[in-house]
Design a protein around this ligand. Sequence first.
Ligand SMILES: Cc1cc2nc3c(=O)[nH]c(=O)nc-3n(C[C@H](O)[C@H](O)[C@H](O)COP(=O)(O)O)c2cc1C
Length: 185
Amino acid sequence: METIAILGSRNPEGQTARATKALLAGLGCENPDECMIFLPSMEIEVCRQCDAQGWGLCRSENRCVIQDDFEEIVGKIRDADVVVFATPVYFADLSESLRAFLDRFRRAHRPKDGDEAGLGEKTTVGICVAGGGGGGAPNCAASLEKILAISGLDVFDMVPARRQNLDLKVDVLRRTGEYIAQQQA
Ligand SMILES: Cc1cc2nc3c(=O)[nH]c(=O)nc-3n(C[C@H](O)[C@H](O)[C@H](O)COP(=O)(O)O)c2cc1C
């Protein structure tokens, strides 16, 4: 089972990575480091809102004109059976890097009637880790779920976590991964 995890954290040893690795372990991923993409280390520009109407080639050709790492990551999502989006909670919302990626993803790959623009109901899990005071994870999860659903992904679950319950949520995430792996076997 091919799995890809897109993280809006810059910290491979951080809390968001810890939560993500638990899910990946449950999914049976033997080399989690190879499945994880840390967006702040990639080149991802913000949407340029091309043309006067605010649309661009993303509407007509389902691709983004910006030449950076975006389409390469989209290709990895396309090849995966299970996709994970994980973010640290910033101001009760997504981190800037994940926001920038998903703002472009929902435009270029949103579902449209009668074509294959969307990525076909791919099994998706969202993880939001509030690692400071611990507030805002449910709000962040609602924000993430909305943008993933608009992008046409099949949101299997959203898992909000906070520093104070991270040990519990790590266990939940591992078992969530095992459950998905069983269902896809
Ligand atoms: C700009 C910014 C905003 C933050 N906002 C929140 C917040 O709303 N709630 C919270 O619990 N933690 C907040 N934090 C703390 C992060 O959630 C915490 O540092 C996060 O777990 C770090 O993730 P990482 O370990 O993957 O780097 C914020 C941190 C930053 C840098």
